[in-house]
Design a protein around this ligand. Sequence first.
Ligand code: GLC
Length: 446
Amino acid sequence: MKRLIATLFIMTIGTNFAQEQAQDTVLQNEQKMQWFKDAKLGIFIHWGLYSVNGIDESWSFYNGYISHENYLKQTKGFTAKKYDPQAWADLIKRSGAKYSVITAKHHEGFALWDTKFGDFNAVKGSAAKKDVLTPFVSELRKNNLKVGIYYSLPDWSYQDYTHFTRDSVRYKISEEPKRWNKFLNYYQGQLKELSDNYDPDLYWFDGDWEHNSEEWEVPKVRQMLFDKNPNTILNSRLREQGDYATPEQGMPITRPKNKFWELCLTMNDSWGFQKNDHNYKTTDQIIGIFADVIGNGGNMLLDIGPKGDGSIPEEQVAILEGLGRWTNKHKEAIYGTRSGIPKEHFYGPTTLSKDGNILYLFVKGNSNGEVVIRGLKNRINRIYVVGEGTKLSHQVIGKVYWSHYPGINYIKLPEHVLDENMTVLAVMLDGKVDLYREDGAVIESN
Ligand code: GLC
């Protein structure tokens, strides 16, 4: 009996300990993810050989639209002649982004830094003859921007990698395990270099679908990166063993379940520079998507594709500048905020201040001069136009005095305060946001 009690006691302590440990891990993770959660906007950069001819990044030879041989000829055009890392970082900063993720190596295998693993890189294997990654990382740091490194797990040009093109696989791991090991050493060696050289705040992996976690040796790779920096963040494309989800192109229609997520989005229809692709989203549309993203608690990673000479296409510069004007004016409604209230209460994106006391409404167009919030239990202390300061009046209608149904708030929105892209209103509440979530039946039954 005594033994049983002792065992039970130890078990309870053990469980408590395990629970506490789990809580600690959650807390540590929250702390580690804090900057990411607050950042809201990042700029993705796809720059590689494909930027020279303006063709699909890596996929163009993989899918057979161009031969591998001709694809490689682009090394001659990768001059980086007009490359100005200081101007890049400055533009990114002005856009309102807090971090940037650059393709250190895409599936094609061409590395932007001076890797000791092979010659297929900007220094030894291109007209640029220089490391183009290091100066950019330093400029990001100088500007207080977080550094994200995109790294493709597959390397389709590497002789000892399994996959080459859609219709030709070099070998199967089960048949040539030694050859696969050679690749593992190569890719993990490159990753170690990246971690030693740049100590990135974030790794953006891609292409994990070609092998399983065991084949990539994901746990070992994670350990290596965390040994160097336990606070580094990994995206989820590491066989789901990362920190946040990466929906691609499509703005999620319902709120993603993952606590941390980032929508990666092209400005036109291509990741890299493509001369022929003029299908740019308007600044208005991009701001609209961005508002949806932050309203649902995510980040937006907006992509640019510099040319082979390192210049950024003017359409892309214009979008970033337009975005910058808007994010700068509305910063209090963007950075450090949390996802907003359910759409039934306001037909548009919303965010909340961290303490939940200010509700931000993102208003498209002029809303016919009237903005409506339904079922808000709080008293409103003040409403003002973000970035303008103008105070707005409101009226509560339909409040039922004998029930806790709070009625509907009508806010008058005059034409002269409208923003050219999207107007944002700050609604200061008398406390933490409190919503009426019932169906109204209480009123009838009373
Ligand atoms: C896809 C594509 C890749 C692109 C990436 C960006 O995974 O394979 O070309 O870089 O999306 O999210």
